[in-house]
Design a protein around this ligand. Structure first.
Ligand SMILES: *Cc1c(COP(=O)(O)O)cnc(C)c1O
Length: 397
């Protein structure tokens, strides 16, 4: 049997089996502290669950418009106005099966064979694979540790060719936790406008910002940049609704219409019940999210405090999302539990075996000097994990 060429174009998961190692160890009864998780450990808020239950009880269990129900699109427009000062009509909005699917639909609608898509690196690991699945070429622009994980407008500009179709901006960023300021976004917007490159602004972590920092949507910086920006967001992270699968895009009506057409022949509408729940989430009080975020802030501080005590680890204090992305490359060449660590993958494997702490190798996100630590886990586990991490690293030889 011969599989389609697009399948071999995508890389196998670069997490080097850390995930499967964790589940194997747990099956054997070994207690592992996992900092590998990419979703809030909180339960979906009750008022949201109730809206879902109510939808079932009322028989709201049939197809909706393929691009999402008019009511949810209205709620999304209200949200974008209220939180981001963005004016959109419902016809400029599509609801998809999660933000991941939303981005995939953009690629389907816009990316042609050989088109170049600019991705600041480190990046969320699905971006390059989604580009490749659509025949595009991911072009990585360095935003590494030494630059505070921020891409410079000059580097973006010099990566642009006549094949460049899109650039992806993810602020707050997974995995680095970086949050771009208004003026940094203005400089990026200027580059995009000058070269006529469309921007995907993945704002899925918008609620997770700390230290009084403000999340700014690049689309809100002016009418011109708004026209060439596709704002991607969803309820997965901010309302702990990863399993409900609701994400959305707001942008140019023609692109949205093309995406809706594609979606109508692929998934049809996102789950009707989840759509009702998402309306409740978006229209509900923000207190629940605020409380969750203040808990994440306390955990971030706890992790930062712990990491400061460990020689050989360096980090930029993340201002957003729920990840730390410390640089551990100064420890490469040393031994951890009898294994010589040579890169982020062997570091994570040795750490898991030796200290029963799971991190994700930075190589999965395009940065082999670093590792990703998610603090979307209980304070108690964070404390225990940091204790184990410190002990193991202090004992490296
Ligand atoms: C989690 C995540 C998403 C996708 O979220 P879903 O709505 O669950 O599909 C998109 N972008 C980034 C950067 C993420 O971390």
């Amino acid at each position: 049997m011969k599989l389609a060429r697009r399948v071999s174009a995508i890389a196998p998961s670069k997490t080097f089996g850390v995930d499967s190692m964790v589940s194997e160890m747990r099956k054997k009864g070994i207690d592992v502290v996992s900092f590998g998780i990419g979703e809030p450990d909180f339960d979906t808020p009750d008022y949201v669950k109730e809206a879902g239950i109510d939808a079932i009880n009322r028989g709201y269990t049939k197809y909706t418009q393929a691009s999402g129900s008019p009511e949810l699109k209205e709620a999304i427009c209200e949200k974008l106005k209220r939180d981001n000062n963005l004016d959109y009509q419902p016809s400029q909005v599509i609801v998809s099966c999660g933000a991941k699917h939303a981005i995939y639909n953009i690629m389907q609608a816009m990316c042609e064979d050989g088109d170049e898509i600019i991705i600041p690196s480190p990046y969320w690991l699905s971006y390059p694979e989604q580009v490749r699945l659509n025949g595009g070429i991911p072009v990585f622009v360095k935003a590494d540790f030494g630059q505070g994980f921020k891409v410079s407008p000059e580097a973006l500009a010099s990566a642009i060719t006549k094949r460049t179709k899109l650039m992806i901006i993810n602020s707050p960023c997974n995995p680095s936790g970086v949050v771009y300021t208004r003026s940094e976004l203005e400089a990026i917007a200027e580059v995009a406008l000058k070269h006529g490159v469309y921007v995907i602004s993945d704002e899925i972590y918008e609620d997770f910002v700390y230290d009084g920092i403000e999340h700014v949507s690049i689309a809100s910086l002016g009418d011109e940049i708004k026209e060439i920006t596709l704002v991607v967001n969803g309820v997965s992270k901010g309302f702990a609704m990863t399993g409900w699968r609701i994400g959305y895009v707001a942008g140019d009506q023609e692109i949205i219409k093309a995406m809706a057409n594609i979606q109508s022949h692929t998934t049809s509408n996102p789950v009707s019940i989840s759509q009702k729940a998402a309306i409740a989430a978006l229209r509900g009080p923000k207190d629940w999210t605020r409380q969750m975020v203040s808990e994440f802030k306390a955990r971030r501080d706890l992790v930062a405090e712990g990491l400061r005590d460990i020689p050989g680890i360096e980090f930029n204090l993340p201002r957003g999302a729920f990840y730390m992305f410390p640089r551990v490359s100064s420890l490469y060449g040393r031994r951890l539990g009898g294994v010589q660590v040579k890169d982020s993958a062997s570091f994570c494997e040795a750490l898991l075996a030796e200290a029963r702490v799971a991190l994700v190798p930075g190589s999965a996100f395009g940065d082999d000097e670093c590792v990703r630590l998610s603090y979307a886990t209980s304070t108690e586990k964070v404390k225990e994990g940091m204790r184990r991490l410190k002990e193991a690293l202090l004992n490296m030889q």
